[in-house]
Design a protein around this ligand. Sequence first.
Ligand SMILES: *Cc1c(COP(=O)(O)O)cnc(C)c1O
Length: 380
Amino acid sequence: MKLPIDQLNQWPTPYYLYDTELLGHTLSAVTEAAAFPGFHVHYAVKANTNRAILKIIAESGLGADTVSGGEIRAALQAGFPADKIMFAGVGKTDEEIRLALGSGVGCINVESREELMVIEQIASDMGVVAPVAIRVNPEIDAHTHHYITTGLAENKFGVAMSMLDTVVDHIVASQWLTLRGLHFHIGSQIETMRPFEILCERILKLQKELNARGVSMPLINVGGGLGVDYDDPMGHPIPDFKAYFDTFHRHLPLQPGQQLHFELGRAIVAQCGALVSRVLYVKQGVEKKFVILDAGMTELIRPALYQAHHSIVNITSQSPDRELYTIVGPICESADCFAEDTALPLTRRGDLVALLSAGAYGEVMSSNYNARPTVSTHLI
Ligand SMILES: *Cc1c(COP(=O)(O)O)cnc(C)c1O
């Protein structure tokens, strides 16, 4: 992404910077790579709900995948058509279900039998038929961090394979529910195509069993999870969408009229965002040198929460000499550390640094802990 120093210097730090040109290129790459019949791409709104970003994505023609009433409203305001909005989440409130049904979202992804009963009751109260897909746990270990692996058998997300038949039968028998299909999501930051290939195999097997029982599925939703290059964001600013969509095209032949839905979050917005921060102090410790930034886990919690790695660049320093620094924030928590012993050009108080690949799960997860102000954002 672009980091024009003169422009970046004029804004008070810390702030999120979004490169709208890179976002545009990324969206074109998605649209081009997904141009197979029946393929529909939705943006997982939870990755970044910044209004300007949502608008650009809505204009590109993608649908939206939402996980709360607030996200449904944000998606509608940004211009996503209601029938292209999907609503998922393990703990939907009655009010959120009413909002989803009232605004005519395309599909509600149900995560349990208990929730299905509530959706059915609310649909019958409102006199509408609820379009639902069942989120299934395909029991695939996507080899990502355990907090972001979601497809295993015992899990708060989705319906276990062993319970699927009962849930399907209930939907088919109900006058207030219509079965759109199945929904999967096996994890996040998946860096090889193998887990997606296995997912396709599982889906085909399940589909065959359901078809044999006379149940048809107009829609299959394979979730998101495509990873991005956190180590070399400048070298690989756009994920390999072609390999990703080709994998599904090759391994998941669609039935006539069937739709295949994707819900990509990180892959669409991660690389177009950076957290820009100023160096407050370079502190000599007993053995280490600490760079203390004016941004911390309140602005970007991923390193503290998932031990995530963000590439860090010093935008100001032109020094040819490099040194090892431990880069930390100002928050009163030991976990408030962005990187240990990382090499940067000679760094001084006042330098501007950027934490790259911060467009996904960055600004949306920011907080006001330590009574910090809400982080600001700028677009270039
Ligand atoms: C979070 C989530 C996504 C998006 O995941 P990414 O890894 O950001 O692509 C898609 N679908 C569901 C159900 C999710 O919970």
